[in-house]
Write a protein that binds this ligand. Structure first.
Ligand code: PHE
Length: 337
C-alpha cells in the first residue's frame, strides 16, 4: 500500500492531483483510516504492532506529499517569475508632454530680444493704485484721455491696471539714486471692452522704457526697427506716425511693412501695405519730474505693445479669443517638437 501511494505521489504533477492522492490514501474513507477503525477487532498483542505500522505508513505518505507539494510550488513560482520577467532593454513608451502656450512663447521671444538689447525685466501689481496707473503718467483725475482706457475700478483709489506703464513709474520712483533705467515690463492688463475677435477685457502688454542722459527719438527708432526685423523678418521696414499719449511727447504709432515675398514673387497685404504694431514716444517731462528725474538732465523713450496682436500678425491667428479658450487643437499647432 505504501509503495503504491508513494508512486502516485511521485506521479502527481499538479497540486490538485496531489490533493486527490491525499484524500484517497489519508482521507476519512481511505485505507489507513479503515485499518485504524478496525483496531477494536484485533487482539491485544496485534494492536500496538498494527497501530505502529499504520502510523508509520501514514507518516511516510504525508511526508512524501508535503515534499512533493513544496517541489510543485517552487516549480510554479519559478515559472511565474520567468513569465513575468521584464526586458529592461525594450524601448520605453513615450510620455505625453505638453508645450508652452503660444502667448508664453511669444512673450519669452520678445523678452529675449530686449534682454539682448540690454533691457531688464520688471514686474508690478495687477491691482494698481489710481496714482500709478494714471496720475503719475500725466493723467490727472478728470483728464479726458482717461476714457481711452475704460477701467475696472475696485475702489475709488484702486483698479485693475489698464496698461503696464505703472510698472515703469514705480521702477523710476523706487530708484533712490536716480540712475538710468532700461527695462521692459510684461504682464496682464484689464480694460472694460466687449470681447470680440480683436478685443478682450484682459490681455497682455509689454512696455519698454529707457531713461538716460541724451536719449533721443533716433534711439527709439533704432530699437523699434531692430525689434520689427528680428520679430517679423529682416526685410521688414517700420514707419512712425504722429499720435497722442498723455505720458509721451512727441507720441507715435509704429507700423511695419507687410510685404510678404515667396518663391512666386511678392504680395502686399490689403490696404496700404502697412500694419500698426505699437505705440511709443519720448517720455513726457512731467512724467520724469513726478518720478524724481530732472527733465533738463534726463530724457527717455517708452513704447507699449500687445503680444497677442504680435502673435496674431506673425502666425495669422484670426481671433484674440483663441489665446484664452485653451482649445488644444489651436494650441498644439504652436508646440515645437
Ligand atoms: N500705455 C500705452 C497703452 O496702453 C502704450 C504706450 C506705452 C504708448 C508707452 C506710448 C508709450 O496704450
Amino acid at each position: 500500500l505504501e509503495q503504491e501511494a508513494l508512486a502516485k505521489v511521485e506521479a502527481a504533477s499538479t497540486l490538485q492531483e496531489l490533493q486527490d492522492v491525499r484524500v484517497a490514501y489519508l482521507g476519512k474513507k481511505g485505507p489507513i483510516t479503515e485499518v485504524l477503525r478496525g483496531m477494536g477487532k484485533l487482539s491485544a498483542e496485534e494492536r500496538p504492532v498494527i497501530g505502529e505500522l499504520a502510523n508509520t505508513v501514514r507518516g511516510n505518505i504525508a511526508n512524501a506529499i508535503d515534499e512533493k507539494k513544496a517541489g510543485i510550488e517552487a516549480e510554479q513560482l519559478e515559472k511565474q517569475l520567468a513569465e513575468e520577467q521584464i526586458d529592461v532593454t525594450l524601448p520605453g513608451r513615450p510620455v505625453a508632454v505638453g508645450g508652452p502656450h503660444l502667448l508664453t512663447s511669444i512673450v519669452e521671444e520678445i523678452e529675449d530680444l530686449f534682454i539682448g538689447l540690454g533691457f531688464e525685466i520688471k514686474e508690478g501689481p495687477e491691482v494698481e493704485t489710481d496714482y500709478y496707473n494714471f496720475e503719475a503718467l500725466n493723467l490727472p483725475k478728470g483728464h479726458p484721455a482717461r476714457d481711452m482706457q475704460d477701467s475696472f475700478y475696485i475702489t475709488e483709489e484702486l483698479l485693475l491696471r489698464t496698461h503696464t506703464s505703472p510698472v515703469q513709474a514705480r521702477t523710476m520712483n523706487a530708484l533712490e539714486d536716480k540712475r538710468p533705467v532700461k527695462m521692459i515690463c510684461p504682464g496682464k492688463v484689464y480694460r472694460r471692452d466687449t470681447d470680440d475677435a480683436t478685443h478682450s477685457h484682459q490681455f497682455t502688454q509689454i512696455e519698454g522704457l529707457y531713461v538716460d542722459k541724451n536719449v533721443r527719438m533716433s534711439d527709439l527708432k533704432g530699437v523699434l526697427d531692430r525689434f520689427a526685423k528680428q520679430m517679423f523678418g529682416e526685410d521688414r521696414e517700420i514707419r512712425l506716425r504722429p499720435s497722442f499719449f498723455p505720458f509721451t511727447e512727441p507720441s507715435v504709432e509704429m507700423d511695419i511693412s507687410c510685404k510678404v515675398c515667396n518663391g512666386k514673387g511678392c504680395s502686399v497685404c490689403k490696404g496700404t501695405g502697412w500694419i500698426e504694431i505699437l505705440g511709443a514716444g519720448m517720455v513726457h517731462p512731467r512724467v520724469l519730474e513726478m518720478a524724481g528725474y530732472d527733465p533738463k538732465e534726463y530724457s527717455g523713450f517708452a513704447f507699449g505693445m500687445g503680444p497677442e496682436r504680435i502673435a496674431m500678425l506673425k502666425y495669422g491667428v484670426d481671433d484674440i479669443r483663441h489665446f484664452y479658450t485653451n482649445d488644444l487643437r489651436f494650441l498644439k499647432q504652436y508646440h515645437q517638437a
